[in-house]
Write a new protein. Structure first.
Ligand code: NAD
Length: 306
């Protein structure tokens, strides 16, 4: 049974998008405004955030820029206060701001690790907390949408800190969904795949980002088979999750990119055995081959896009 398309309008709603100066955040802010929402456009790049607001206003939408580094103290509260001060309320948050500092474990400096964790994990936590305090004060629920990543789901070479942050965000999302069910606040994670400045740093995708920026069409198999397209391809899922059409959808990890939509499993045991009295190392040594046969889990994000 299909849903009512009118439910996906966001007229009268107010949504914060962090990291909305470019890429997925920018595309989503524009789409939210097109759907009728007033948008708080956060970024640490002031020119980029103001340009997005100008574009929204030029199309008769409502927007307000908040220039702040998500993950630093006060940034989340500044975004929520701007929503309330300028538009009177808050209905949704897309916690999208993100950075990469890729390096293998043995070369990763503390500063790089801390920046990645602070921006993604601490930033998402602080923004969600500030938003939820406002939702609870208003009553009537709200929508939290977190940005996860295939790297956090499967691991990715050179992305230990980033994968930890993104896996942490998904773990946090499941817990928040449980905590907030009574308040009618939905909490979901989006696993996007899109050609942006961020993915231009991935060697296998750099040429596709360059081609897209030259205005060339993307290969069909990239969109359909690998689920890699434009930042604009991500935006409708965020609009949907912020809308009445997604009321009751919570605790889910949803992949989107190019022509693909997917629903991720939550980690679950794939095989269970019992040993009366507990497992000694001799039992493990003897039984591991049979126990694990056919159940060893694959690792890593696919990085071949032919
Ligand atoms: N592009 C993809 O395929 C992909 C895949 C998985 C996850 N993601 C996630 O989606 C989100 C957006 O990615 P993107 O590809 O659009 O990246 P992007 O680099 O194009 O855009 C990120 C934006 O966030 C801003 N930003 C960075 N740190 C910030 C901070 N502390 N406070 C406020 N703004 C900050 C940047 O200035 C930029 O405008 C990120 O969380 C990223 O990890 C993207």
């Amino acid at each position: 049974m299909g849903g009512n398309p009118d439910n996906s309008r966001l007229d009268g709603k107010v949504v914060v998008v962090t990291g909305a100066g470019q890429g997925i955040g920018r595309a989503t802010a524009l789409e939210l405004a097109r759907a009728g929402a007033a948008v708080v456009v956060n970024d640490l790049d002031a020119d980029a955030a103001h340009a997005v607001c100008d574009t929204i206003r030029a199309n008769s939408g409502q927007a307000h820029a908040v220039i702040a580094a998500i993950g630093t103290d006060g940034a989340a509260e500044a975004c929520v206060s701007a929503a309330v001060d300028h538009f009177g309320r808050l209905d949704g948050l897309f916690a999208n701001a993100g950075v990469l500092r890729d390096s293998v474990l043995w070369k990763t400096e503390d500063d790089a690790f801390d920046l990645v964790i602070a921006t993604h994990l601490r930033g998402t936590f602080q923004c969600a907390r500030a938003a939820v305090r406002q939702f609870r004060a208003q009553g009537g629920g709200g929508s939290l949408i977190y940005a996860a990543s295939p790297a956090g789901q499967s691991g990715n070479f050179g992305q230990g800190a980033y994968a930890a942050a993104k896996a942490g965000i998904v773990g946090m999302m499941r817990s928040h969904a449980l905590e907030l069910a009574r308040d009618k606040v939905t909490v979901n994670a989006v696993v996007p795949t899109a050609l942006t400045r961020m993915t231009a740093t991935i060697p296998a995708l750099a040429a596709h980002v360059a081609a897209l920026e030259r205005g060339e069409p993307l290969p069909e198999n990239l969109r359909a088979k690998h689920g890699i397209g434009t930042a604009q391809d991500i935006a409708p899922l965020v609009v949907f999750l912020a809308s009445g059409a997604a009321r009751g959808i919570t605790g889910q990890c949803i992949g989107i990119g190019g022509d693909r939509l997917s629903l991720w499993t939550h980690p679950a045991e794939v095989r269970i055995a019992t040993q009366s009295g507990g497992w000694h190392v001799e039992h493990l040594t003897e039984q591991w081959p049979d126990f694990s046969e056919g159940a060893i889990q694959p690792l890593g994000v696919p990085l071949a896009f032919d």
